[in-house]
Design a protein around this ligand. Structure first.
Ligand code: PEP
Ligand code: MG
Length: 881
């Protein structure tokens, strides 16, 4: 074992910032601050190694005890005080501090060393006996809570608080600070009686017994339930252990010239460069945390204690310069003198993260690569979407999947027509459905946000909402949607139509009532950061966009083309859906052709517009791929309506729908299977694509169409579809007397396609990995239904992640690697990308970079996320194969 105890004080420390694993991050930074001359009270750190050994043996070794005794002796010399001394007693705090910050999860004890003798001395010395007895009663309470485990559980009455309340009442005062020294001394006696009664062990008068008890309890708190849960959620290893620091107490509660507070070196919400924070006069740290008194903004400190304030400002600057990042600091002012008790990297919003990183490059503090590395790509979501103001607490009704980020407040409605009608009257609505279907599209467009009880990250609601950049929480399991009674139930609460809820699509939360939202505006710093990312990355970033509006938005976010235009999504709206349904249920070729003729001009118009928006960039248009059930009318009313418009009996229509209904639609008559059995569909789509391309090219637009065939399992399927498309292209070029260059390729979204990618690569000019279906078919997990039990898999650790959110590199990734290699071997010119939802997931983007794909394609709002993730991947691995 290495040295068990590290001392800091008298301007020098035994450790430093580089020793976080051993000293914990708080301890390492206390040592570092001491070394660079920042005013820190002296103390020592007992290492994480000692903690792990203690937890294994349940006793502190003699070696550790000797080292602690020696460090206490040094501390006595450094402070000129004596531990347990009757003249100038030394009091200390004992705080936990792991290598990775786990805020508030473990225990702390202040004012250690007080007893009936030292309290008298402290009162005399401070000229303030009230202060001494107030500190003493706090120690007895904290010691009872932490060492003897007397802390009241939520809902239980806390005996210490009850006793304090009784004292206030008995003495006719409202606030603790109005209790007299005698009242407080009496209270100390009562608190001790509580400890003796409840713990069956008296409060130790001997300071050394206090210290050993505190050290062991703080080490044990590494294993308490909430700390263990925190580690599980944040994937922190259980065997790291916590260090602890024993530090000479300084007092913020010594009177009006004392106080304590928290400050950030920059504004953690906006990133603005200014000292930001708050403090309390005449208080100890726990008062700030407990929220019993309202702190004042830090700026008012300058009028009250100008010297301490200026020193704090200067110290904040120095810390930032030294650590080269925004700091979150705790300080105490004791009789006008400033002490720092802690510094750590400050947590910040996405907007602040961007601004701080860019500003720090401009200030010469960090390099561009460091700035790019510092931002978690997922944080960019916050820069682009409104979010729930984190400072408020509203009741949470349920949790679902964070299907589409952002936040929205609205009144609950249960069907698309009501959504459209009420939104038309200017009312903000949230559409709540068990699950959505294309019939709901107009309601989804009208609603501020969408909430579903069923469905996963790639369910209809999720995909459509992401495409529109609209907040969506999907698969909220605890939600019982009762469309008939127009209400939903969630964990005992009933919410009726018209009542307000808030959705947090970034965290998957369903909140009761109207939460306050904050809407950031991406500033010039964001654009600058994105420019640096673009200069760094090797992967191209395209978007999945089905409409000209989506395409336009994606361009604004920096998309370099379209990687997936799902043509069937163009048919969700109004009369388009009707024509689509006509086509699907038509009994013969004639009927299908009639319906297709209606669809042709609509498709062409959309394509022309998309080509214009994407002038100079590639546009990958996928042939029809709907699992038919997404488009079939479900309710009888719709079937009757459809039958009327087609001039057939309702009876025949019911039969037609029945015939088309599949047990397993995702594995059914969809993808290229449709285009092969009904070649007229492929012909119509190819015609619309090439006519639109010629038209746009005629206007001077640079068009780069790429036609993509979905759900190919065998090369022969692809060969036949491409022959058809080529034939139509030649015909259109001859008619229009114009040629455009184009590429023909395929989705790789079935395991068999990946396994035979060498054969497919001979026929295709590009591959696009459809990782939604590839995940579905590799795992044999339904992408629409797995949301019901996948959370269980992730919570219990069977799977590390939901494979529909983060690419499963071991299995699905192995297929991709194999397909990339086989494909490139048979066709070195093959272009490759990904267009499943994983294309916008940072960890999956890194994987795409590593396997050497040419591009990722993701929903418009994820484009900046992918640009940054791709840049980070390139910084870590500049030459992937
Ligand atoms: C996929 O399967 O990954 C894909 C992009 O296609 P879709 O989600 O439309 O099935
Ligand atoms: Mg697919």
């Amino acid at each position: 074992m290495t040295q068990p105890v590290y001392f800091f004080g008298d301007g020098a420390a035994e450790g430093g910032a580089a020793m976080k694993p051993l000293l914990g991050s708080k301890g390492a930074n206390l040592a570092e601050m001491t070394n660079i001359g920042i005013p820190v009270p002296p103390g020592f750190i007992v290492t994480t190694q000692v903690c792990m050994r203690y937890l294994a043996e349940r006793r502190l070794s003699e070696e550790v005890r000797t080292a602690v005794r020696a460090a206490m002796a040094r501390l006595e010399r450094a402070t000129g005080r004596t531990f347990g001394g009757a003249e100038r007693p030394l009091l200390v705090s004992v705080r936990s501090g792991a290598a990775v910050s786990m805020p508030g999860m473990m225990d702390t004890i202040l004012n250690l060393g007080l007893n009936d003798t030292t309290a008298v001395a402290m009162g005399r010395q401070a000229g303030n006996p009230r202060f001494a007895y107030d500190s003493y009663r706090r120690l007895v309470q904290m010691y009872g809570d932490v060492v003897f485990g007397l802390k009241a559980q939520p809902g239980e009455q806390d005996p210490f608080e009850a006793s304090l309340e009784a004292a206030r009442q008995a003495h006719g005062v409202e606030r603790d600070i109005d209790l007299s020294p005698d009242d407080l001394r009496e209270l100390v006696g009562r608190f001790k009686a509580i400890v003796a009664r409840s713990a069956g062990h008296p409060f130790p008068e001997d300071p050394w017994e206090q210290l050993w008890g505190a050290i062991e309890a703080v080490f044990r708190s590494w294993q308490n339930k909430r700390a263990a849960e925190y580690r599980r959620v944040h994937r922190i290893a259980d065997d790291l252990g916590t260090a602890l620091s024993v530090v000479a107490m300084v007092y913020g509660n010594m009177g009006e010239d004392s106080g304590t507070g928290v400050a950030f070196t920059r504004d953690p919400s906006t990133g603005e460069r200014c000292l930001y924070g708050e403090y309390l006069v005449n208080a100890q740290g726990e008062d700030v945390v407990a929220g019993t008194r309202d702190p004042e903004p830090i700026a008012t400190m300058v009028g009250r204690w100008p010297d301490a304030f200026h020193e704090l400002e200067e110290t904040a600057q120095r810390l930032e310069q030294h650590f080269r990042d925004m700091q979150d600091i705790e300080f105490t002012v004791e009789r006008g003198r400033l002490y720092l008790l802690q510094t750590r990297t400050g947590k910040r919003t996405g907007m602040a993260a961007v601004r701080v990183a860019v500003d720090m490059v401009r200030e010469g503090l960090i390099s561009r690569s460091e700035a790019l590395r510092r931002i978690n790509p997922d944080q960019l979501d916050q820069v682009l979407h409104p979010m729930v103001d984190p400072s408020q607490t509203l009741p949470q009704l349920a949790r679902g999947l964070p299907a589409s980020p952002g936040a929205a407040v609205g009144m609950v409605v249960f069907d698309a027509d009501t959504a459209a009608a009420r939104a038309g009257r200017g009312e903000p609505v949230i559409l709540v459905r068990r699950e959505t279907s294309p019939d709901d599209f107009h309601g989804m467009v009208a609603a501020r946000a969408i909430l579903t009880a069923r469905g996963g990250m790639t369910s209809h609601a999720a995909v459509v909402a992401r495409g529109m950049g609209k907040c969506c929480v999907a698969g909220a399991k605890d939600l019982e949607v009762d469309e008939a009674s127009r209400c939903f139930r969630a964990n005992g609460t009933v919410v009726r139509e018209g009542e307000w809820i808030t959705l947090d699509g970034s965290a998957g939360r369903v909140i009761l009532g109207q939460a306050r939202l904050v809407t950031p505006t991406p500033g010039e710093e964001f654009q600058e950061l994105m420019r640096w990312a673009d200069e760094t990355r090797l992967l191209r970033v395209r978007t999945n966009a089905d409409t000209p509006q989506d395409a336009r938005r994606a361009r604004e976010f920096g998309a370099e083309g379209i990687g997936l235009c799902r043509t069937e999504h163009m048919f969700f709206e109004g009369d388009r859906l009707q024509a689509m349904r006509e086509m699907i249920v038509a009994p013969d070729l004639e009927g299908r052709r009639r319906a297709l003729l209606k669809l042709l001009p609509m498709q062409r118009r959309d394509f022309v517009e998309i080509f214009r928006v994407m002038d100079g960039f590639p546009v990958t248009i996928r042939l029809l791929d709907p699992p038919l059930h997404e488009f079939l009318p479900r309710e009888d009313g719709e079937i009757v309506e459809l039958s009327k418009s087609l001039g057939v009996t309702a009876e025949r229509m019911r039969l037609a729908v029945d015939v088309l209904t599949e047990e397993n639609p995702m594995l059914g008559h969809r993808g290229c299977r449709l285009g092969l059995t009904y070649p007229e569909i492929t012909e119509m789509q190819a015609q619309a694509i090439f006519e639109a391309a010629c038209e746009a090219a005629g206007e001077g637009v640079t068009v780069i169409p790429e036609v993509m065939v979905p759900l190919v399992a065998d090369v022969e399927e692809l060969r036949r579809q491409l022959d058809l498309v080529r034939g139509v292209a030649e015909r259109v070029f001859a008619e229009r007397k114009r040629r455009v260059e184009y590429l023909l390729g395929t989705m790789i979204e079935l395991p068999r396609a990946a396994l035979t990618a060498d054969r497919i690569g001979k026929v295709a000019e590009f591959f696009s990995f459809g990782t939604n279906d590839l995940t579905q078919t590799t795992f044999g997990l339904s992408r629409d239904d797995a949301g019901r039990f996948l959370p269980f898999y992730v919570e219990t650790g069977i799977l590390a992640d939901d494979p529909f959110q983060t690419l499963d590199q071991e299995g699905v990734g192995k297929l991709i690697r194999m397909a990339v290699q086989l494909g490139r071997e048979s066709n070195p010119k093959l272009k490759m990308g990904i267009c499943g939802e994983h294309g916008g997931d940072p960890r999956s983007v890194v994987f795409c970079h590593t396997v050497g794909l040419n591009y990722v394609s993701c929903s418009p709002f994820r484009v900046p996320v992918a640009r940054l993730a791709a840049a980070q991947a390139a910084l870590d691995d500049p030459a992937p194969h």
